[in-house]
Design a protein around this ligand. Structure first.
Ligand SMILES: NC(=O)c1ccc[n+]([C@@H]2O[C@H](COP(=O)([O-])OP(=O)(O)OC[C@H]3O[C@@H](n4cnc5c(N)ncnc54)[C@H](O)[C@@H]3O)[C@@H](O)[C@H]2O)c1
Length: 401
């Protein structure tokens, strides 16, 4: 059985490798020539624990090739981006629509097109079905893996398969069942679309609750971490940690789809997303208070540790640090210094690529991301003023959210 995976990014690449390792013949297609060239040279295109091994094993099986061309196969897996429209908040399904159109140009009747990209409930019915001009089966198989633990989760997570016909759903479930130990649940397409968005919304709302507590506690001189630690001893309470904001392409994006589609109903979700989005600005405000308390006026000696949206990954899309830098541009003339061990290219001004160089040039360090590097080297900060948004620093000279 041949599978053509369309889109070889954070989701498509590990998915295609996992499929190849499970014994399927896989052709990975991406219209970005650079990605395909790199993969064909044996270079993995992003950092992720275990990805290189997964890649090398897949190549050894002889089951995988990479190309910019779409193929004539039995199964297609679409894993292209689904951003949201910043104005309407609705899902922007353009990439998925275009990828499906490209597939329809080459596929034959009887093929199955599996959409892994996250879409809001009803997107496949409203935006994909009208362009279908062949006898193909449409399936939705949303992906749940988290960067930083992708390879483990690909092998162990439960999956949701949404299909119009139970028979097609079961066939696709059988394919995914060969790649994961987790349960593969078959449902209808709209329910599958909704489950994925709801999962990320659940996370966003719970994070927002912790973030709002951090603001309340900060306002009235209470220690939010102490409060949460004690509350979580209650058998039915499990509060998450507050943080500097939310980034990445899931939790900071997908809940907006529900706000966009159900603006009158999705009030709690709307409020939660605004709270999470307000956190980088809140960090900036707290930092200005800390500087004032220490009689520091020179923002050029303030540095942000971490640019990615979470620890120990190289994905910086929508990251709280980037959001904070946007706010900072509006309010401060002096750009803050920035360092992240995972980002090798220059993506912002005043960016450092060496921890020691960075620390030489700053007196105040804002820990935005809890990369293992800083946890292992916390003693290097002992002479700095530290603002720790992640609650990882136990030094005496530390301020928290
Ligand atoms: N990144 C995550 O952590 C994550 C987790 C779960 C679900 N998702 C969802 O998975 C989907 C993919 O996300 P991603 O992070 O892998 O995106 P990505 O931007 O990393 O990768 C998408 C790839 O698709 C390629 N592409 C786009 N249109 C194409 C086309 N028509 N033909 C061929 N190639 C095309 C792009 O060149 C890019 O390499 C999104 O819907 C996202 O919401 C992402």
């Amino acid at each position: 059985m041949k599978i053509n995976v369309i889109g070889l990014g954070y989701i498509g690449l590990p998915t295609s490798l996992t499929m190849a390792n499970a014994g399927f013949q896989v052709i990975g297609t991406d219209y970005n020539k650079k990605i395909v060239e790199k993969l064909n040279k044996g270079i993995v295109t992003f950092k992720e624990d275990g990805l290189e091994d997964l890649f090398n094993n897949a190549i050894k099986t002889g089951n995988i090739t990479f190309t910019t061309e779409y193929q004539k196969v039995d199964y297609y897996i679409i894993s292209v981006p689904t951003p949201y429209d910043k104005f309407s908040k609705k899902v922007d399904a353009t990439y998925v629509v275009n990828a499906v159109k490209d597939v329809l140009n080459v596929c034959e009747d009887g093929a199955t097109i599996i959409i892994e990209s996250t879409v809001s409930p009803g997107t496949i019915e409203k935006e994909i079905k009208p362009i279908i001009n062949k006898k193909v089966n449409l399936v939705h198989a949303p992906e749940r893996i988290i960067p930083g633990n992708m390879i483990y989760e690909l092998k162990h997570n439960s999956r949701t398969i949404g299909a119009d016909s139970k028979e097609i759903g079961e066939k696709v479930a059988e394919i995914y069942g060969k790649t994961t130990d987790g349960e593969v649940v078959v449902t209808d397409i709209k329910s599958a679309e909704m489950t994925k968005v709801v999962e990320n919304t659940f996370r966003a709302v719970n994070i927002a609750f912790a973030n709002e507590l951090a603001k309340i506690c900060s306002h009235d001189g209470m220690n939010v971490y102490e409060i949460i630690r004690i509350c979580n001893k209650h058998p039915r309470v499990n509060i998450l940690n507050p943080g500097p904001g939310v980034g990445g392409h899931c939790i900071s994006v997908d809940p907006w789809f529900l706000v966009g589609d159900y603006p009158q109903i999705a009030q709690l979700i709307n409020a939660a997303m605004h709270i999470n989005d307000s956190m980088p600005e809140f960090v900036l405000k707290r930092v200005s208070e800390v500087l004032e308390e220490n009689n520091i006026t020179d923002y050029s000696r303030v540095g942000l540790y971490g640019l990615t949206y979470k620890e120990n990954v190289d994905d910086y899309r929508e990251s709280p640090t980037l959001q904070l830098l946007e706010h900072q541009k509006e309010h401060l003339a002096t750009p803050l210094k920035v360092y992240d061990p995972y980002i090798k290219e220059d993506i912002v001004s005043n960016q450092y690529h060496d921890l020691h160089e960075f620390l030489k040039d700053v007196d105040v360090v804002i820990i935005m991301v809890k990369h293992q590097e800083i946890i292992d080297n916390m003693n290097l900060l002992k002479d700095k003023i530290i603002f720790d948004t992640q609650n990882v620093c136990q030094l005496p000279n530390v301020y928290k959210l």
